[in-house]
Design a protein around this ligand. Sequence first.
Ligand code: UD1
Length: 355
Amino acid sequence: MKALVTGAAGFIGSHVVEALGAAGHEVTGLDLRVPAHDATSEAAHLPGRARPALGEVRLVTGDVRHPAVLDRALDGVDLVVHQAAKVGLGVDVADLPDYASVNVYGTAVLLAAMARSGVGRLVLASSMVVYGEGAYDCGEHGRVRPGPRTREDLAGGVFEPRCPRCGAELTSATIAEDAPPDPRNAYASTKLAQEHLAANWARETGGTAVALRYHNVYGPRMPRDTPYSGVAAIFRSALEAGRAPCVFEDGRQRRDFVHVRDVAEANVAAARARTVPGELAAYNVASGRPHTIGEMAGALAAERNGPEPVVTGEYRLGDVRHIVATPDRAARDLGFRARTGFTEGMREFATAPLG
Ligand code: UD1
Protein backbone atom coordinates (compact mmCIF):
# COMPACT_ATOMS: atom_id res chain seq x y z
CA MET A 1 0.00 0.00 0.00
CA LYS A 2 0.96 3.64 -0.35
CA ALA A 3 1.08 5.11 3.14
CA LEU A 4 1.36 8.67 4.40
CA VAL A 5 3.01 8.89 7.83
CA THR A 6 2.43 12.22 9.58
CA GLY A 7 5.07 13.16 12.14
CA ALA A 8 7.52 11.06 10.12
CA ALA A 9 10.66 12.71 11.50
CA GLY A 10 9.58 12.26 15.13
CA PHE A 11 10.54 9.60 17.67
CA ILE A 12 7.75 7.11 16.98
CA GLY A 13 6.99 8.31 13.44
CA SER A 14 10.52 7.64 12.22
CA HIS A 15 10.34 4.04 13.48
CA VAL A 16 6.91 3.64 11.85
CA VAL A 17 8.36 4.83 8.53
CA GLU A 18 11.09 2.20 8.79
CA ALA A 19 8.73 -0.61 9.73
CA LEU A 20 6.20 0.19 6.99
CA GLY A 21 9.02 0.40 4.45
CA ALA A 22 10.45 -2.93 5.61
CA ALA A 23 6.96 -4.47 5.27
CA GLY A 24 6.89 -3.43 1.61
CA HIS A 25 4.75 -0.30 1.76
CA GLU A 26 5.58 2.78 -0.27
CA VAL A 27 5.92 5.56 2.29
CA THR A 28 5.49 9.32 2.11
CA GLY A 29 6.45 11.22 5.26
CA LEU A 30 4.92 14.50 6.37
CA ASP A 31 6.66 16.52 9.04
CA LEU A 32 7.17 20.10 10.14
CA ARG A 33 10.86 19.54 10.48
CA VAL A 34 13.17 20.00 7.56
CA PRO A 35 15.79 17.23 7.54
CA ALA A 36 19.02 18.65 8.96
CA HIS A 37 21.19 17.66 6.03
CA ASP A 38 18.82 18.70 3.24
CA ALA A 39 16.85 21.92 3.37
CA THR A 40 15.13 21.44 0.02
CA SER A 41 12.03 20.11 1.80
CA GLU A 42 9.68 18.88 -0.93
CA ALA A 43 10.60 15.39 -2.07
CA ALA A 44 13.61 15.49 0.22
CA HIS A 45 14.58 12.46 2.24
CA LEU A 46 14.07 11.65 5.87
CA PRO A 47 17.19 12.04 7.96
CA GLY A 48 19.55 9.13 7.46
CA ARG A 49 19.03 8.04 11.04
CA ALA A 50 15.32 7.67 10.31
CA ARG A 51 15.66 5.16 7.51
CA PRO A 52 18.74 2.98 7.58
CA ALA A 53 18.97 0.84 4.44
CA LEU A 54 15.43 1.59 3.36
CA GLY A 55 15.97 3.49 0.18
CA GLU A 56 14.30 6.78 -0.43
CA VAL A 57 11.24 8.03 1.36
CA ARG A 58 9.38 10.97 -0.10
CA LEU A 59 9.13 13.71 2.51
CA VAL A 60 6.67 16.57 2.38
CA THR A 61 7.62 19.30 4.81
CA GLY A 62 4.70 21.19 6.26
CA ASP A 63 2.04 21.52 8.89
CA VAL A 64 -0.75 19.00 9.26
CA ARG A 65 -3.12 21.94 9.82
CA HIS A 66 -2.67 23.23 6.26
CA PRO A 67 -5.16 21.74 3.77
CA ALA A 68 -2.98 22.52 0.75
CA VAL A 69 -0.01 20.67 2.30
CA LEU A 70 -2.24 17.67 2.97
CA ASP A 71 -3.73 17.61 -0.51
CA ARG A 72 -0.19 17.40 -1.87
CA ALA A 73 0.92 14.78 0.64
CA LEU A 74 -2.18 12.60 0.12
CA ASP A 75 -1.78 12.36 -3.63
CA GLY A 76 -1.97 8.63 -4.57
CA VAL A 77 -2.11 7.49 -0.94
CA ASP A 78 -4.24 4.51 0.30
CA LEU A 79 -3.61 4.79 4.02
CA VAL A 80 -2.73 7.48 6.58
CA VAL A 81 -0.75 6.66 9.73
CA HIS A 82 -1.25 9.75 11.88
CA GLN A 83 1.57 10.21 14.38
CA ALA A 84 1.98 14.01 14.27
CA ALA A 85 0.97 15.46 17.63
CA LYS A 86 1.97 17.67 20.50
CA VAL A 87 2.81 15.14 23.23
CA GLY A 88 3.52 15.00 26.94
CA LEU A 89 2.04 16.53 30.04
CA GLY A 90 3.01 20.10 29.15
CA VAL A 91 3.83 22.94 31.50
CA ASP A 92 0.51 24.56 32.43
CA VAL A 93 -2.79 25.77 30.99
CA ALA A 94 -0.94 28.18 28.73
CA ASP A 95 -0.28 25.07 26.62
CA LEU A 96 -3.99 24.40 26.04
CA PRO A 97 -4.41 26.29 22.76
CA ASP A 98 -1.39 24.54 21.24
CA TYR A 99 -2.58 21.07 22.25
CA ALA A 100 -6.05 21.77 20.86
CA SER A 101 -4.72 23.30 17.69
CA VAL A 102 -2.14 20.68 16.74
CA ASN A 103 -3.93 17.59 17.98
CA VAL A 104 -7.64 18.35 17.57
CA TYR A 105 -7.76 20.90 14.77
CA GLY A 106 -4.87 19.20 12.94
CA THR A 107 -6.69 15.86 12.97
CA ALA A 108 -9.91 17.51 11.78
CA VAL A 109 -8.09 19.11 8.85
CA LEU A 110 -6.43 15.79 8.05
CA LEU A 111 -9.71 13.84 8.09
CA ALA A 112 -11.41 16.39 5.83
CA ALA A 113 -8.49 16.17 3.41
CA MET A 114 -8.65 12.35 3.46
CA ALA A 115 -12.35 12.51 2.58
CA ARG A 116 -11.56 14.94 -0.30
CA SER A 117 -8.82 12.65 -1.58
CA GLY A 118 -10.82 9.44 -1.11
CA VAL A 119 -8.35 7.89 1.35
CA GLY A 120 -10.31 5.24 3.25
CA ARG A 121 -7.87 3.92 5.89
CA LEU A 122 -6.57 5.57 9.03
CA VAL A 123 -4.26 4.37 11.78
CA LEU A 124 -4.27 6.87 14.64
CA ALA A 125 -1.65 7.20 17.36
CA SER A 126 -3.73 7.38 20.52
CA SER A 127 -2.64 6.90 24.11
CA MET A 128 -3.43 5.05 27.31
CA VAL A 129 -3.91 8.50 28.85
CA VAL A 130 -7.51 8.42 27.55
CA TYR A 131 -8.30 6.01 30.44
CA GLY A 132 -7.12 8.32 33.20
CA GLU A 133 -6.54 6.24 36.32
CA GLY A 134 -6.26 2.48 35.76
CA ALA A 135 -8.80 -0.11 36.85
CA TYR A 136 -9.06 -1.14 40.51
CA ASP A 137 -10.92 -3.67 42.60
CA CYS A 138 -12.42 -2.96 46.02
CA GLY A 139 -12.93 -5.93 48.37
CA GLU A 140 -16.41 -4.60 49.13
CA HIS A 141 -17.52 -2.90 45.88
CA GLY A 142 -15.79 -4.84 43.11
CA ARG A 143 -14.45 -3.02 40.02
CA VAL A 144 -14.20 0.75 40.62
CA ARG A 145 -12.68 3.76 38.83
CA PRO A 146 -11.34 6.19 41.44
CA GLY A 147 -11.25 9.92 40.73
CA PRO A 148 -8.12 12.07 40.96
CA ARG A 149 -6.08 11.71 44.12
CA THR A 150 -6.29 14.64 46.52
CA ARG A 151 -3.43 17.00 47.25
CA GLU A 152 -3.77 16.12 50.95
CA ASP A 153 -3.36 12.39 50.32
CA LEU A 154 -0.38 12.88 48.03
CA ALA A 155 1.33 15.34 50.37
CA GLY A 156 0.76 12.89 53.22
CA GLY A 157 2.39 10.05 51.30
CA VAL A 158 -0.92 8.27 50.58
CA PHE A 159 -0.29 7.42 46.95
CA GLU A 160 -2.68 4.55 46.32
CA PRO A 161 -6.13 5.73 45.18
CA ARG A 162 -9.02 4.86 47.49
CA CYS A 163 -12.39 3.30 46.76
CA PRO A 164 -14.71 6.14 45.68
CA ARG A 165 -17.55 4.50 47.61
CA CYS A 166 -16.01 3.44 50.92
CA GLY A 167 -12.48 4.89 50.98
CA ALA A 168 -10.91 1.43 51.38
CA GLU A 169 -7.58 0.39 49.88
CA LEU A 170 -7.79 -1.00 46.37
CA THR A 171 -6.05 -3.64 44.27
CA SER A 172 -4.84 -2.52 40.85
CA ALA A 173 -6.31 -4.48 37.89
CA THR A 174 -5.71 -4.52 34.12
CA ILE A 175 -7.65 -2.15 31.91
CA ALA A 176 -9.24 -3.17 28.61
CA GLU A 177 -10.32 -1.04 25.66
CA ASP A 178 -13.98 -0.94 26.67
CA ALA A 179 -13.22 0.92 29.93
CA PRO A 180 -14.92 4.33 29.92
CA PRO A 181 -12.50 7.11 29.04
CA ASP A 182 -11.56 9.61 31.73
CA PRO A 183 -8.97 12.06 30.38
CA ARG A 184 -7.17 13.90 33.19
CA ASN A 185 -5.06 16.49 31.37
CA ALA A 186 -5.03 18.58 28.19
CA TYR A 187 -3.02 16.06 26.22
CA ALA A 188 -5.36 13.23 27.24
CA SER A 189 -8.42 15.27 26.27
CA THR A 190 -6.99 15.97 22.82
CA LYS A 191 -6.10 12.29 22.26
CA LEU A 192 -9.67 11.32 23.11
CA ALA A 193 -11.00 14.07 20.83
CA GLN A 194 -8.86 12.65 18.02
CA GLU A 195 -10.46 9.23 18.55
CA HIS A 196 -13.95 10.75 18.47
CA LEU A 197 -13.21 12.70 15.29
CA ALA A 198 -11.78 9.58 13.66
CA ALA A 199 -14.93 7.66 14.61
CA ASN A 200 -17.06 10.44 13.07
CA TRP A 201 -14.97 10.31 9.90
CA ALA A 202 -15.28 6.51 9.69
CA ARG A 203 -19.05 6.63 10.13
CA GLU A 204 -19.52 9.39 7.56
CA THR A 205 -17.21 7.95 4.91
CA GLY A 206 -17.36 4.19 5.57
CA GLY A 207 -13.61 4.37 6.17
CA THR A 208 -11.58 2.00 8.35
CA ALA A 209 -10.08 3.57 11.48
CA VAL A 210 -7.80 1.96 14.05
CA ALA A 211 -6.72 3.83 17.20
CA LEU A 212 -3.57 2.48 18.85
CA ARG A 213 -3.49 3.39 22.51
CA TYR A 214 0.23 3.46 23.16
CA HIS A 215 1.42 2.78 26.67
CA ASN A 216 4.82 4.11 27.81
CA VAL A 217 6.89 4.06 24.66
CA TYR A 218 10.68 4.10 24.97
CA GLY A 219 13.68 3.32 22.81
CA PRO A 220 16.28 4.84 20.49
CA ARG A 221 15.66 8.46 19.38
CA MET A 222 13.36 9.18 22.31
CA PRO A 223 13.39 12.97 22.79
CA ARG A 224 15.63 14.26 25.53
CA ASP A 225 14.47 15.61 28.87
CA THR A 226 11.87 18.40 28.38
CA PRO A 227 8.60 19.25 30.18
CA TYR A 228 6.99 17.16 27.42
CA SER A 229 9.13 14.03 27.82
CA GLY A 230 8.08 10.72 29.32
CA VAL A 231 9.81 9.46 32.45
CA ALA A 232 12.14 7.02 30.64
CA ALA A 233 13.74 9.89 28.70
CA ILE A 234 14.00 12.00 31.85
CA PHE A 235 15.84 9.24 33.73
CA ARG A 236 18.06 8.45 30.78
CA SER A 237 19.03 12.12 30.36
CA ALA A 238 19.74 12.47 34.09
CA LEU A 239 22.03 9.43 34.09
CA GLU A 240 23.85 10.69 31.01
CA ALA A 241 24.54 13.96 32.86
CA GLY A 242 25.81 12.02 35.88
CA ARG A 243 22.72 12.82 37.97
CA ALA A 244 20.57 10.32 39.88
CA PRO A 245 17.08 9.65 38.48
CA CYS A 246 14.52 11.30 40.79
CA VAL A 247 11.73 8.80 41.37
CA PHE A 248 8.46 10.47 42.44
CA GLU A 249 5.93 9.16 44.98
CA ASP A 250 7.30 5.91 46.47
CA GLY A 251 8.46 4.51 43.13
CA ARG A 252 5.94 1.68 43.26
CA GLN A 253 3.57 3.18 40.66
CA ARG A 254 3.25 0.80 37.71
CA ARG A 255 3.41 1.40 33.96
CA ASP A 256 3.71 -0.77 30.87
CA PHE A 257 6.92 0.11 29.02
CA VAL A 258 6.65 -0.86 25.38
CA HIS A 259 9.58 -0.66 22.98
CA VAL A 260 9.29 1.74 20.05
CA ARG A 261 10.09 -0.98 17.50
CA ASP A 262 7.16 -3.00 18.85
CA VAL A 263 4.97 0.10 18.57
CA ALA A 264 6.08 0.46 14.95
CA GLU A 265 5.13 -3.19 14.31
CA ALA A 266 1.71 -2.54 15.86
CA ASN A 267 1.24 0.18 13.24
CA VAL A 268 2.20 -2.23 10.46
CA ALA A 269 -0.32 -4.76 11.82
CA ALA A 270 -3.01 -2.05 12.07
CA ALA A 271 -2.31 -0.95 8.49
CA ARG A 272 -3.45 -4.34 7.21
CA ALA A 273 -6.13 -4.99 9.85
CA ARG A 274 -9.56 -6.14 8.70
CA THR A 275 -11.61 -4.20 11.22
CA VAL A 276 -15.23 -3.20 10.58
CA PRO A 277 -15.49 -0.34 8.05
CA GLY A 278 -17.41 2.68 9.32
CA GLU A 279 -16.23 2.16 12.90
CA LEU A 280 -13.22 3.07 14.98
CA ALA A 281 -11.49 0.08 16.60
CA ALA A 282 -9.24 0.89 19.58
CA TYR A 283 -6.36 -1.26 20.82
CA ASN A 284 -3.95 -1.13 23.73
CA VAL A 285 -0.38 -1.26 22.50
CA ALA A 286 1.40 -2.61 25.54
CA SER A 287 3.81 -5.35 26.49
CA GLY A 288 1.40 -6.88 29.00
CA ARG A 289 4.30 -7.04 31.49
CA PRO A 290 4.15 -3.96 33.72
CA HIS A 291 6.99 -2.65 35.88
CA THR A 292 7.26 -0.01 38.56
CA ILE A 293 8.86 3.36 37.91
CA GLY A 294 11.42 2.46 40.60
CA GLU A 295 12.33 -0.75 38.73
CA MET A 296 12.74 1.16 35.49
CA ALA A 297 15.02 3.74 37.16
CA GLY A 298 17.03 0.91 38.75
CA ALA A 299 17.40 -0.97 35.47
CA LEU A 300 18.71 2.08 33.60
CA ALA A 301 21.02 3.10 36.46
CA ALA A 302 22.45 -0.42 36.68
CA GLU A 303 23.17 -0.51 32.94
CA ARG A 304 24.99 2.82 33.17
CA ASN A 305 26.78 2.00 36.44
CA GLY A 306 24.90 4.62 38.43
CA PRO A 307 24.23 6.95 40.05
CA GLU A 308 21.58 5.07 42.01
CA PRO A 309 18.00 6.39 41.75
CA VAL A 310 16.66 8.56 44.58
CA VAL A 311 13.04 8.15 45.70
CA THR A 312 11.96 11.72 46.46
CA GLY A 313 8.32 11.42 47.53
CA GLU A 314 7.48 14.34 45.20
CA TYR A 315 4.21 14.14 43.32
CA ARG A 316 2.43 15.71 40.35
CA LEU A 317 -1.28 16.33 40.71
CA GLY A 318 -2.00 15.27 37.13
CA ASP A 319 -0.34 11.85 37.49
CA VAL A 320 -2.26 8.63 37.75
CA ARG A 321 -1.00 5.87 40.04
CA HIS A 322 -1.07 2.62 38.05
CA ILE A 323 -2.01 2.09 34.47
CA VAL A 324 -1.72 -1.49 33.39
CA ALA A 325 -3.36 -2.83 30.27
CA THR A 326 -4.37 -6.08 28.77
CA PRO A 327 -2.86 -6.43 25.28
CA ASP A 328 -5.17 -9.32 24.28
CA ARG A 329 -7.47 -7.50 21.86
CA ALA A 330 -4.52 -6.40 19.70
CA ALA A 331 -3.20 -9.98 19.74
CA ARG A 332 -6.59 -11.36 18.71
CA ASP A 333 -7.60 -8.83 16.03
CA LEU A 334 -4.27 -7.50 14.76
CA GLY A 335 -2.00 -10.46 15.44
CA PHE A 336 0.25 -8.07 17.37
CA ARG A 337 2.31 -8.98 20.40
CA ALA A 338 5.22 -6.95 21.73
CA ARG A 339 8.47 -8.89 21.43
CA THR A 340 11.12 -6.80 23.20
CA GLY A 341 11.48 -7.76 26.84
CA PHE A 342 11.97 -5.15 29.58
CA THR A 343 15.51 -6.21 30.46
CA GLU A 344 16.87 -6.30 26.92
CA GLY A 345 14.93 -3.14 25.93
CA MET A 346 16.24 -1.11 28.88
CA ARG A 347 19.76 -2.44 28.30
CA GLU A 348 19.69 -1.06 24.77
CA PHE A 349 17.94 2.18 25.80
CA ALA A 350 20.51 2.91 28.50
CA THR A 351 23.07 3.83 25.84
CA ALA A 352 20.95 4.32 22.71
CA PRO A 353 21.07 7.69 20.94
CA LEU A 354 18.36 10.11 22.02
CA GLY A 355 16.48 12.39 19.61
C1 UD1 B 1 3.37 9.01 29.55
C2 UD1 B 1 3.38 10.27 28.73
C3 UD1 B 1 2.12 10.43 28.01
C4 UD1 B 1 1.91 9.23 27.12
C5 UD1 B 1 1.91 8.00 27.97
C6 UD1 B 1 1.78 6.75 27.12
C7 UD1 B 1 4.52 12.33 29.24
C8 UD1 B 1 4.74 13.41 30.21
N1 UD1 B 1 3.63 11.40 29.60
O1 UD1 B 1 2.38 9.15 30.57
O2 UD1 B 1 2.17 11.58 27.20
O3 UD1 B 1 0.71 9.31 26.44
O4 UD1 B 1 3.09 7.91 28.71
O5 UD1 B 1 2.83 6.68 26.24
O6 UD1 B 1 5.10 12.26 28.18
N2 UD1 B 1 8.04 10.36 37.26
C9 UD1 B 1 9.14 10.26 38.10
N3 UD1 B 1 10.18 11.13 37.92
C10 UD1 B 1 10.20 12.07 36.92
C11 UD1 B 1 9.08 12.16 36.07
C12 UD1 B 1 8.03 11.28 36.26
O7 UD1 B 1 9.18 9.43 38.99
O8 UD1 B 1 11.18 12.81 36.82
C13 UD1 B 1 6.93 9.42 37.47
C14 UD1 B 1 5.59 10.12 37.47
O9 UD1 B 1 5.28 10.62 38.73
C15 UD1 B 1 4.66 9.00 37.04
C16 UD1 B 1 5.54 8.14 36.14
O10 UD1 B 1 6.88 8.52 36.38
O11 UD1 B 1 4.26 8.25 38.14
C17 UD1 B 1 5.25 8.26 34.67
O12 UD1 B 1 5.41 9.58 34.28
P1 UD1 B 1 5.30 10.08 32.75
O13 UD1 B 1 6.11 9.24 31.84
O14 UD1 B 1 5.59 11.54 32.76
O15 UD1 B 1 3.73 10.00 32.45
P2 UD1 B 1 2.70 8.83 32.10
O16 UD1 B 1 1.51 9.13 32.90
O17 UD1 B 1 3.26 7.47 32.26
